[in-house]
Design a protein around this ligand. Structure first.
Ligand code: P6P
Length: 337
C-alpha cells in the first residue's frame, strides 16, 4: 500500500470537501500531534511514574488516573493554541474549556474523551482518545453552551486514536471511514485501512453481563437473543468484552458485531447508563454510520439526539446494522403504546 499520510489523504480524497480547508487540516494535525505525545507516554507508562491514581475524583465521579490527567492537559495545551477552535469540551472537565484571549479563535468546537478506558491502563489494556468536531454557527462566541449543544448529526468530523498493539487513528468527515497506523520510525500516521465497512450482520456481542440483575426485561431479552438463535445470524454470537470502549468498538467495527451499554438500575444518579453522548456515543455513532452500521439509545438514532447537558449520558447499542435493528425491534415491541 502506498505510504499516504492523513493530510495527503484528506487533500487527495476529500479535496472537494469543505473539510479539506487549511483550518481543518491544521486542527487535525494538531490533534494528531497531541495523540503522538499521549501515545509516547502510554507506551512507557510502566516505566515512569504515570501509572496509578491522582487521588482526585472527576466530574464523572470517577477516580482520575495520572495518564487521564496527562492526556487531558496535552490535548488542551495543544488545541487551545491551534487558532481554529471557539471552544473545547473534555470528559474530564465539568465546564467548557474557554480559549485563552492570547490565542486566536476559530469556528470549530472540539469535544474529546482524552483517555477512554484508562481504568484498565495499569493492566496494559488498550485505551483510546475519542474526538468529535462541529462547525459552530456564524457569530457564535463559544461562550454560550446552548449554541454548542447540537445533535450528533451536525458533526463535521469524528474518530478516535487507539493505543493498542499499534497506535491507530480512525476517523470520518462524512466521506467514509479511514484507518491510519502510526509508523514510529517516521512519526507519521499512514493509511492502513481505507474505506472501512462494517459487516451488516455481526458475530460478536459485547456487554458487561455482571449487570444482568439491574437490567429491565426487554434488555435481558436482547442479550439472551444474541446468546441464542433469535438474532440476525441465526446462531449464538461470540462474547467479547474488554471494558475499554474504543478497543471493543474498533474490534466490532472491523469484524462485525454489536456493543451494548444499556441503562441499568445500579446508580440512581445515572439512570440512562454510563456512557456520555457528546464525547463517546456521538463520535462513534458518526463513524459506525459512515461504515454502514448503526447506533441507537434503544429508541432513537444516537445522531438525532439534541443534548441538554454537556455530560449527558445515554444507553448505547452500536455496531452492525442488522444487529442494531434487532435491538430496536425488541425495545419497540415492549414500548408502551
Ligand atoms: P463497565 C471505561 O471506564 C468506560 O468508560 C468505557 O471505556 C468502557 O466501555 C466502560 O467504561 C466499561 O464500563 O461498567 O463495564 O466497567
Amino acid at each position: 500500500m502506498p505510504q499516504i499520510t492523513v493530510t495527503e489523504h484528506l487533500l487527495l480524497h476529500q479535496k472537494e470537501s469543505p473539510m479539506a480547508s487549511g483550518r481543518f487540516t491544521r486542527l487535525l494535525n494538531d490533534l494528531i500531534l497531541a495523540a503522538k505525545i499521549i501515545s509516547r507516554e502510554v507506551r512507557k507508562a510502566g516505566l515512569v511514574d504515570v501509572l496509578g491514581f491522582t487521588g482526585e475524583i472527576n466530574v464523572q465521579g470517577e477516580e482520575v488516573q495520572k495518564l487521564d490527567e496527562y492526556a487531558n492537559k496535552v490535548l488542551i495545551h495543544r488545541m487551545e493554541r491551534a487558532g481554529v477552535l471557539c471552544a473545547i469540551a473534555s470528559e474530564e472537565n465539568a465546564d467548557l474549556v474557554a480559549i485563552p484571549d492570547q490565542f486566536p479563535k476559530g469556528d470549530y468546537f472540539l469535544i474529546f474523551d482524552p483517555l477512554d478506558g484508562s481504568s484498565n491502563i495499569d493492566a496494559n489494556v488498550n485505551v483510546g482518545t475519542i474526538f468529535s468536531i462541529y462547525r459552530v454557527p456564524d457569530g457564535c462566541s463559544g461562550d454560550n453552551l446552548c449554541d454548542l449543544l447540537m445533535a450528533g448529526a451536525k458533526q463535521v468530523a469524528a474518530g478516535y486514536f487507539l493505543y493498542g498493539t499499534s497506535t491507530m487513528m480512525v476517523y470520518t468527515t462524512g466521506r467514509g471511514v479511514h484507518g491510519f497506523t502510526l509508523d514510529p520510525s517516521v512519526g507519521e500516521f499512514l493509511l492502513s485501512h481505507p474505506d472501512i465497512r462494517t459487516p451488516e450482520t455481526g458475530k460478536i456481542y459485547s456487554v458487561n453481563e455482571a449487570y444482568w440483575s439491574y437490567w429491565d426485561e426487554p434488555t435481558r431479552e436482547i442479550v439472551t437473543a444474541f446468546k441464542g438463535t433469535d438474532n440476525p445470524r441465526g446462531k449464538p454470537y461470540g462474547g467479547r468484552y474488554i471494558g475499554s470502549l474504543v478497543a471493543d468498538f474498533h474490534r466490532n467495527l472491523l469484524y462485525g458485531g454489536i456493543f451494548l451499554y444499556p441503562a441499568d438500575r445500579r446508580d440512581p444518579t445515572k439512570p440512562t447508563g454510563k456512557l456520555r453522548l457528546l464525547c463517546e456515543a456521538n463520535p462513534l455513532a458518526f463513524v459506525i454510520t459512515q461504515a454502514g452500521g448503526a447506533a441507537t439509545d434503544g429508541e432513537r438514532d444516537i445522531l438525532s439526539i439534541v443534548p441538554d447537558d454537556l455530560h449527558q449520558r445515554v444507553p448505547l447499542f452500536i455496531g452492525s446494522k442488522n444487529d442494531v435493528a434487532k435491538v430496536m425491534e425488541i425495545y419497540g415491541r415492549n414500548r408502551p403504546a
